[in-house]
Design a protein around this ligand. Structure first.
Ligand code: AMP
Ligand code: MG
Length: 452
C-alpha cells in the first residue's frame, strides 16, 4: 500500500481541523484517471478505489483534515470559509490529494458538505481538458458516483471526486492569516512548496508575491487565449501557485463573446472579458493581507507589473495560434482586429483557429483573411503550421456534449464520460469515431446555475 505524508499539518492547528469522511450511500466507481493515477503511483482494485473515495479505507499515513481560509466572494470579504466539503487525505509524489464532496465538517457553515454528480463530472473532465491544453490546473484522479441524493432546488445524485494539486494554498488562505503571527509561517510554507528557488533569498517574501503576480497574469492570459471562462473567480478560488482550481459553472467558449456562464451572476462580475481585471482585484486583496511581511511600495510595484505581464503573454499566445513566429509590426493590431470580427460575427472561437490551421473555409471577412495571408508570407509556413497544430485544438469540452455525458452518467452509463476523458487527453488529434457523435449539433454557450 502506498504511503502518504501530511506536511501542511506542521503549520499548526490554527491552519486546519481534523475531519471525518462521511461515506455516500450505495456508491459505485465511475472512472479512474489511469494515466494520472499511475503517475502518482496509485494502483488499486475497483473495490479499493471505491473504499478510498468513499472514506472507508484510509491510505497509509493519512490523517484527514480540512483547511481554513477566507476570501473575497463577489467583491465581499468573508472572514472565515474553509474546505466546507473537502478533506485532504495526504501527499504523494508532490501532489496533495483531496476528496471533494466528503460530507459535513467544521467549515461547512450551512452547507451539506456534498457535491453533485453533475458538477463532479464537470470538474473531473474540465481539469483534464485544461491540463492537456497546457494550462496549469488541479487534476482529477478518480470519480465516485452513488445513489445518494442531495437537495439542490430538487433531489439530485451526489458524487465524490478525488483531486490533486501541488498546492492547495489560496489567496484566501493569506487573507485569513493577515495581521496574524502565523502569516510568516504560511509564507515560508508556500515558498517551500511552490517557490523553493526563493529559499534563502533576503527578499523572499517580496519575490514570492512577484512570482504569484506573474503566474496569475500568465494563467489568465492562457485562459483568455484558449477561450476558457472560470465563472466564479473569487479570491478563495485562486491558488497561489498559479493553477486553475474549482471548476463550477465554467465554460469553454463556443461563440466568441463576453460570456458569463454562471446564471446567478446577474451583474456579470465573472464574465470572460473581465477575468484579467478580476484577477488583479484578487491580487490586490492578497497584497493587502501581506502588509505585515512586505513593504507597501514593493507590493504596489509588483501589482503594477500585472498588466504588462498579462498583455505580453496574451499576445505571445495569440501569435502562436495564428502562426506568427517572426516579430512583425502590426501583429497586435491584426490580432485585435480578428477578435473584434469573431465577436461581431459570433464565430465559434476554437473552430475558427482549427480551420485556419488546416486551411479550411473561414466564415469571416475576406479583408482580414487577405491581410493574414499577406502577413504569413513573412513566415516559414512549415514551422508556423507545426506550432499552430500544437496550439489550436480540434476538441474543447463543449457544453452540450458534456451535458450529454452527465445525463447518460446519471442513468448509469459512464461510457461517454470515459470517452470524453480520452478525447480531451488528445485535443489536437482528430478522432473520427468520436466525431460521429457530434453531428448536427448547434454549438452555443450554455449558462448554468452555481448551486453545485
Ligand atoms: P465554491 O463556490 O465551491 O468555491 O465554495 C465556496 C465556499 O463554500 C467554500 O468554502 C466551500 O467549501 C463552501 N461550500 C460550497 N458548497 C458547499 C457545500 N455543499 N457544503 C459545505 N460547504 C460548501
Ligand atoms: Mg472554492
Amino acid at each position: 500500500m502506498v504511503k502518504v505524508t501530511n506536511p501542511y499539518l506542521e503549520l499548526g492547528e490554527k491552519f486546519y481541523s481534523f475531519e471525518k469522511i462521511t461515506p455516500l450511500n450505495r456508491p459505485y466507481l465511475v472512472d479512474v484517471n489511469e494515466r494520472f493515477a499511475n503517475e502518482l503511483g496509485l494502483d488499486f482494485s475497483q473495490k479499493e478505489w471505491e473504499e478510498i473515495l468513499n472514506g472507508k479505507r484510509l491510505l497509509e499515513g493519512s490523517k484527514p483534515f480540512s483547511m481554513v481560509y477566507a476570501g473575497h466572494q463577489f467583491g465581499y470579504f468573508v472572514p472565515k470559509l474553509g474546505d466546507g466539503r473537502v478533506v485532504n487525505i495526504g501527499k504523494i509524489n508532490s501532489y496533495h490529494l483531496q476528496l471533494k464532496g466528503s460530507g459535513v465538517n467544521s467549515y461547512s457553515r450551512s452547507g451539506d458538505g456534498r457535491a453533485l454528480f453533475r458538477s463532479s463530472v464537470r470538474e473531473y473532465l474540465a481539469s483534464e481538458a485544461m491540463f492537456y491544453l497546457g494550462v496549469e490546473t488541479t487534476r482529477g484522479v478518480a470519480l465516485l458516483g452513488a445513489e445518494h441524493q442531495i437537495y439542490r432546488e430538487e433531489w439530485q445524485k451526489a458524487a465524490i471526486v478525488l483531486r490533486a494539486s501541488r498546492s492547495w494554498v489560496r489567496f484566501g488562505t493569506f487573507e485569513y492569516f493577515a495581521n496574524s503571527k502565523e502569516l510568516e509561517a504560511l509564507a515560508n510554507y508556500v515558498i517551500g512548496e511552490s517557490f523553493s528557488f526563493l529559499e534563502g533569498e533576503r527578499d523572499r517574501y517580496f519575490l514570492m508575491f512577484m512570482e504569484i503576480v506573474k503566474r496569475s497574469a500568465r494563467l489568465v492570459a492562457k485562459w483568455n487565449s484558449i477561450g476558457f471562462v472560470h465563472g466564479v473567480l473569487n479570491s478563495d478560488n485562486c491558488l497561489v501557485d498559479g493553477s486553475t482550481i474549482d471548476y463550477g459553472p465554467f465554460a469553454f467558449l463556443e461563440v466568441y463573446e463576453d460570456f458569463t456562464p454562471n446564471r446567478g451572476d446577474k451583474k456579470r462580475r465573472y464574465s470572460f472579458g473581465r477575468q484579467a481585471l478580476i484577477m488583479k482585484y484578487n491580487l490586490n486583496m492578497l497584497a493587502k493581507s501581506l502588509g505585515g511581511l512586505i513593504e507597501s511600495k514593493d507590493l504596489v510595484y509588483a501589482l503594477l507589473l500585472f498588466d504588462s505581464i498579462y498583455v505580453e503573454e496574451f499576445f505571445r499566445l495569440m501569435k502562436r495560434k495564428l502562426g506568427f513566429l517572426e516579430e512583425m509590426e502590426g501583429d497586435i493590431e491584426l490580432i485585435v482586429e480578428l477578435l473584434e470580427i469573431l465577436k461581431k460575427d459570433k464565430v465559434d472561437y476554437s473552430s475558427f483557429f482549427y480551420n485556419l490551421t488546416y486551411d479550411k473555409e473561414l466564415f469571416i471577412e475576406k479583408r482580414w483573411i487577405k491581410k493574414y495571408k499577406e502577413r504569413m508570407r513573412m513566415e516559414d509556413i512549415t514551422k508556423s503550421k507545426e506550432i499552430m497544430r500544437k496550439t489550436n485544438p480540434r476538441y474543447i469540452l463543449r457544453g452540450y456534449i458534456l451535458e450529454e455525458a452527465i445525463e447518460r452518467g446519471l442513468n448509469g452509463d459512464f461510457s461517454l464520460i470515459k470517452r470524453l476523458k480520452e478525447v480531451v487527453q488528445s485535443p489536437y488529434e482528430r478522432d473520427l469515431e468520436f466525431e460521429g457523435l457530434l453531428k448536427e449539433k448547434k454549438w452555443q454557450n450554455i449558462r448554468l446555475s452555481c448551486s453545485s
